[in-house]
Design a protein around this ligand. Structure first.
Ligand SMILES: Cc1ncc(COP(=O)(O)O)c(C=O)c1O
Length: 383
């Protein structure tokens, strides 16, 4: 009842399977689906054709056996924690990591999981932290907002085989790096960012071995971290343009970093392509196409007033606490991603009140340079 009539043709764009459950012919078929003898979906919290298509796409891009889809990047990270660690276990995280990921790790302490942190740009720091209770190590490919680059191969070489290296590649995507090809066991993404690329989806992805992805899916089903079919469909559509988007975004970001470096309105431009950046050398080696679309500007002047002046002057670049939209946006780490830290703790990791993070979109370099340098001119005229 209410189903479209069968057709000899198939839709060129895949359908959205917006269905809670799936009708099953009889108990024999149900048993065969459970036994893996027949391919079929039963209940969308466990599997859905749109999730499966997206999981297969991310696995193909990351060159892994399998993929998994979650309601958000945090849903993916939550599943990873709940799958790999239990009471009494220990996990190691990079110090420079997305704020909510750090909060997630701290919440895990309530369940008896202890947490250590290390500087992911110094792999040697890792060895002394490993204990017989360490269950995984989590790093980001390129850190937010100062763009420090982790040496994934060096980190994975230091870890015993039984301790998985988990890499958050949200900033870089498989267009720029494939962490599982460098020794990581799991790569995850906030697909709400570049993978979808249009600022209209909340979704998380992971890729790795079939065994690990099955375990993550099972946790996600039990804890209700599953995505919805429409968002998987939107993300699958976004993926089609990922190579084009990443290519253009990397190029524009590189040109902007070079052209804004030295402007009197900026105390410092943070971008790994610049020689004064702590990760310049390793970025040249690991990221020949670039490190993505993020660049951070420490404005000349002091305090948040200069940031407000800059934001109000750059009228076509909205302030939005996200990144990787098709349009350029800016954010203020001290008031958004890192607001849970005290000013002195932020200063200790190099995040000052004058720091603005730019997420470069698909506008032309010429347009963005004009807008950003005009806003910086206004800041330097007032300081
Ligand atoms: C590096 C990184 N990892 C994970 C997340 C969490 O992803 P989501 O917002 O999709 O839950 C974010 C969100 O900004 C992020 O920047």
């Amino acid at each position: 009842m209410g189903h479209p009539a069968p057709s000899i043709t198939v839709p060129s764009s895949p359908p959205i399977y917006q269905s809670t459950a799936f009708d099953i012919a009889d108990l024999d078929v149900l048993e065969k689906i459970h036994a893996g003898e027949l391919q079929g979906d039963i209940y969308t919290r466990d599997s859905n054709p749109n999730h499966t298509a997206l999981a297969e796409s991310i696995a193909a891009l990351e060159e892994t056996e399998a993929g998994a889809v979650f309601a958000s990047g945090m849903g993916a990270l939550g599943s990873i924690f709940l799958t790999l660690a239990a009471a009494g276990d220990h996990v190691i995280l990079a110090k420079a990591i997305y704020g909510k990921t750090m909060q997630l790790a701290h919440r895990m302490q309530r369940f008896g999981i202890s947490v250590s942190t290390f500087d992911a740009t110094k792999p040697d720091e890792l060895t002394s932290l490993i204990t017989d209770k360490t269950r995984f190590v989590l790093v980001e490919t390129v850190s937010n907002p100062l763009l420090e680059v982790a040496d994934i191969r060096a980190l994975s070489n230091l870890l015993p085989a039984e301790i998985p290296l988990v890499v958050d590649s949200t900033f870089t995507t498989p267009e720029l790096i494939k962490p599982c090809q460098l020794g990581a066991s799991i790569v995850m993404h906030s697909a709400s960012k570049y993978i979808n690329g249009h600022g209209d989806v909340m979704l998380g992805l992971a890729a790795g071995s079939a065994v690990l992805m099955k375990r993550l899916n099972s946790t996600s089903s039990v804890f209700g971290q599953n995505a919805n079919p429409f968002e998987s469909w939107l993300c699958q559509r976004g993926l089609r343009t990922l190579p084009l988007r990443m290519n253009q975004i990397c190029r524009t970001t590189l040109e902007l970093a070079r052209s804004l470096n030295g402007h009197p309105g900026v105390r410092r431009v943070y971008h790994p392509s610049l020689e004064n950046h702590v990760s310049h050398e390793i970025a040249q080696r690991l990221y020949p196409l670039g490190t993505g679309g993020i660049l951070s500007l420490e404005l000349a002047g002091s305090g948040v007033d200069v940031v407000n002046t800059f934001m109000r002057a750059a009228t076509s670049i909205p302030f939005a606490p996200t990144l990787a939209d098709a349009r350029t946006t800016m954010s203020h780490p001290a008031s958004t991603s890192h607001r849970f830290m005290s000013p002195s703790a932020r200063a200790a990791i190099g995040i000052r009140d004058e720091l603005v993070r730019i997420s470069v979109g698909l506008e032309s370099f010429k347009q963005l340079r004009a807008e950003l340098s005009a806003a910086l001119d206004i800041c330097s005229a007032r300081s």
